[in-house]
Design a protein around this ligand. Sequence first.
Ligand code: ADP
Ligand code: ASP
Ligand code: MG
Length: 407
Amino acid sequence: MALLVQKFGGTSVADAASIQRVAQRIYDTVQDGNQVIVVVSAMGKTTDELVKLAGEVHADPSDREFDMLLSTGEQISISLLAMALHALGAEAVSMTGPQAGIFTDGTHTKAKIKDIQPDRVLNEIQKGRVVIVAGFQGLTAEQNIATLGRGGSDLTAVAMAAAVKADRCQIYTDVDGVYTSDPRIVSAAQKLDVIAYDEMLEFASMGANILQSRAVEFAKKYEVELEVLSSFWRKPGTLVKEEVKDMEDVVIRGIAIDKNQSKITITDVVDQPGVAAKIFQEISRADINVDVIVQSDSKQGRNDISFTANADELKKVKTVLANTMSGIEHGEVMYDEKVAKISIVGVGMRNHTGIAYRMFSALAENEINIHMISTSEIRTSVIIKEAQADKAVRVIHTAFDLDKEES
Ligand code: ADP
Ligand code: ASP
Ligand code: MG
């Protein structure tokens, strides 16, 4: 008998029929003699619709109310899934994040899980019930509901698996595993059997939304072995786990694409110590994550500073810069709202040479201009025009021999 945490994403519970299909699958797992804690996301595009609704009543809704609204999506799916299990004759009970003992910090809309007190969940499990926990939410010290950032049900699942010391955390989704690149964009992408935590982390933080990056970070920290698999077909998925020696033999594991990036350029900034610190201090105070940062060489005591941020945060960036830049001598602030980031990732980058060259030549041969570059030990990213993103990822995929054989 194993204790499993199974997470089902929005597409897997998009309508009543899907919920019944998922219920059947959970029922079968229980019939096989396992104990199951289920984590579910909101149905289909519910969260997007709630975000849109909020925008229709207020241009800049309060974070607390926004979280209160967004958390309702998951309450619909947990209760429906419990009913579907009851219909099959299974014992099941749904719980909101707070009822399941999930406590967060007070950073609304991207709260961090501080603690999980799983007593109530385990108590129900001991009674032979399936516990269905609402993903993406928890309770702050002020007794408010906070959400865990988009895609946050993955984090709920991983953190719950760590808290109850589950044998495995299974992430069921609409693809049958982690691929060398997004299969919706690269039809030649191949499914991976395994991927190291660090690779998955780079992949996820660079835009491969198959797993939330914070969930992967958590899984690595607490050594929760993750399995990504299809909720539609019954076949083996991809294991996300500790790195082993032969993983370095592969040049790159895959390519991430993030089309939701914006580039911000501040020209002719006065070249004085403390100026960059001031700008980025204000940006970080507003909880905005910036990524690639480039500062040009100083010319006549001035330089240009460019950086990228998630396009969803551009409004916040604009507000911060409008306030901050008024006190700093500079030329213009320019926004390129449509850029993409393409990243090649792999632990094999540590012991293979010429990898960046291979990526850049593939782009050059296809007349794709690189705007910015950034690297880590196991990743190289480029910023390019958004319109060229799909083509770029396909040519790089081919250049690294990642395309699957034609069948
Ligand atoms: P869920 O609703 O189950 O959480 P998501 O939409 O968050 O599902 O994640 C699954 C999607 O991730 C897939 O449909 C796929 O388009 C996308 N994706 C992006 N990169 C990859 C990749 N490297 N491998 C597999 N899927 C990927
Ligand atoms: N429903 C939330 C979202 O759409 C959380 C999740 O699906 O993981 O972001
Ligand atoms: Mg997801």
